[in-house]
Design a protein around this ligand. Structure first.
Ligand SMILES: [Ca+2]
Ligand SMILES: [Ca+2]
Length: 506
């Protein structure tokens, strides 16, 4: 199916569901006060309706039940020890028990339903992020077998090196997976398909890639105290820009004058903007920039140097070097210490990924949520970057074939379809938004953020290392125009290499 057709279907679905933002184009949405209706265990697929409009729940084109004879579908996922007790550790694949945590329990119920319906068992193994590659390489070399992992998630940062071992397969060819369905993230499909081949994909099955989406938080009381009352209106009116953000930050001014007055701007002071190097990349995407876009022929094109991006990034670099901008990386403090600064009233704006919304349960300040600002109002669309540092996306090892591949496709389709209603509802509506039940606008922001996610092939395939250069622009006071000139040959040969690698052999 052509990409425009996929887009069209996606749009039609959005309209059909009364404007609800879908996981493919975003995430599920339920009006405030709705009870949880999407959890798998309490939903009869024949009669159930979407929580938004009462429209019938979209069903996957696979048998509703099947007997796979107790076969297991095994997921191998990356793991980083220092993030052990955070939501960055996979919590969306499998869980042993009900714990009354909404996301955990939605995963438990989903898997139980699918395991019963298809007579399979779903397992997950977490391994150190460097080991995913070794394990899958060995598996593919030996050729599958009883202990094979049917699904794997390397971290995105390691993915470019990982998949060049020729160890994952083209998801577009996997039986029983229908990528036109909204539970497969259409933006990820459009951007990560190269010459018709899709080696990894984002799906409603996961919440961790939603957690990895960039956004801003703001301290509501601090904003009010400074007469800043129209932030949400600006977002809604499509007027939320880097320039207006800079205007507010300028008004807050010198951190030390607002803080302890010891003559040094430090962690004890009140900062207009608590940021880090990642602001470079997320604002680059926010202003509409992209390292690469897919061209007509299905090949990525190096687009970082378009004139508007070049102009906008001058402003972003300037912003990141203003005295009111606190840079967590330059301050060389831990992430938790940095987050704590915002939680304890040391900043007006705070750059974050959505996982912070869950992590900041103990915040002493009440905060609102905003999308990454646009360059100008003419842009008319917000863009929210998805981090390559904190997540992986779904891949299927190359040795999985025949009946096992049939089963893998069917189980993934069933899991993703159910998650689109059950898990995503538990995550977005009941978990993320619950804390802000008094703040309707933050919910709107969450919908905006989750429906405007950017999967940049330049970053996901690490084309010529340019993603790192973007990340360094702000802290190094770099110029995008100069970097593009410097890197054009490098990025273009990386694209050529990627295309040759993925093109079917003649
Ligand atoms: Ca297996
Ligand atoms: Ca001070």
């Amino acid at each position: 199916m052509s990409k425009p057709m996929l887009r069209l279907i996606c749009l039609v679905l959005v309209l059909a569901l009364g404007g609800a933002v879908l996981a493919s184009c975003g995430s599920t949405e339920t009006p405030a006060g709705e009870t949880q209706t999407g959890t798998s265990s309490e939903t009869d697929p024949e009669t159930s309706a979407s929580p938004e409009t009462g429209e019938p729940r979209l069903k996957p084109d696979i048998p509703e039940t099947y007997d796979f004879g107790g076969e297991s579908v095994d997921f191998l996922c990356w793991f980083l020890g220092s993030w052990q007790n955070t939501v960055r550790t996979y919590r969306d694949i499998a869980t042993p028990d009900l714990t009354s945590d909404l996301v955990n329990d939605a995963v438990f119920e989903r898997n139980k339903l699918i395991e019963d319906n298809y007579k399979v068992s779903i397992t997950m193994r977490l391994v150190d992020l460097g080991d995913v590659s070794t394990i899958i390489k060995n598996q593919v070399a030996v050729g599958g077998g009883e202990d094979a992992y049917e699904v794997c998630y390397p971290r995105l940062l390691e993915f470019p090196g990982f998949f060049k071992n020729d160890i994952v397969q083209d998801i577009t060819l996997v039986p029983n997976i229908d990528l036109s369905k909204p539970w497969w993230d259409q933006d990820s499909i459009e951007n990560l398909t190269v010459v018709g081949v899709l080696p990894l994909v984002a799906t409603a099955l996961n919440v961790n890639d939603k957690d990895a989406t960039a956004a801003l938080a703001f301290n509501k009381q601090a904003a009010k105290d400074r007469g800043i009352t129209t932030l949400y209106d600006e977002v809604a009116d499509m007027e939320w820009t880097v320039e207006s953000l800079m205007g507010y930050c300028q008004a807050v001014g010198d951190p030390d004058s607002n803080g302890d007055g010891n003559g040094t701007a430090d962690m004890e002071d009140f900062w207009a903007f608590l940021g880090k190097n990642d602001v470079s990349t997320s604002f680059f995407h926010g202003i509409g920039g992209k390292i690469a876009k897919t061209g007509e022929d299905g090949k990525p094109v190096f687009t970082a140097g378009d004139p508007i991006s070049v102009e906008a990034m001058e402003q972003v670099v300037q912003f990141m070097n203003e005295p009111y901008f606190f840079n967590h990386h330059k301050a060389n403090i831990g992430s938790d210490v940095f987050t704590r600064m915002f939680e304890t009233n040391h900043g007006l704006f705070f750059w974050m990924r959505l996982d912070e919304v869950t992590a900041m349960r103990g915040s002493e300040v009440e905060f609102g949520i905003l999308p990454t600002p646009m360059y100008t109002a003419e842009q008319n669309q917000y863009y929210s970057t998805v981090s390559q540092h904190t997540i992986g996306l779904l891949s299927i090892p190359k040795d999985i074939s025949g009946d096992t591949l049939n089963m893998t496709g069917m189980i993934l389709e069933a899991l993703a379809a159910d998650s689109y209603y059950g898990l995503q509802h538990a995550y977005v509506d009941l978990s993320l938004k619950t804390k802000y039940s008094s703040d309707e606008e933050s919910r709107e922001s969450l919908n905006t953020i989750l429906s405007s996610r950017v999967f940049d092939p330049g970053i996901m395939y690490n084309l010529g290392g340019f993603g790192t250069e973007i990340q360094n622009l702000g802290p190094n006071k770099g110029s995008l125009a100069t970097k593009v000139r410097e890197y054009t040959d490098k990025v273009n040969s990386a694209i050529q290499e990627l295309v040759e690698f993925l093109s079917p052999e003649e």
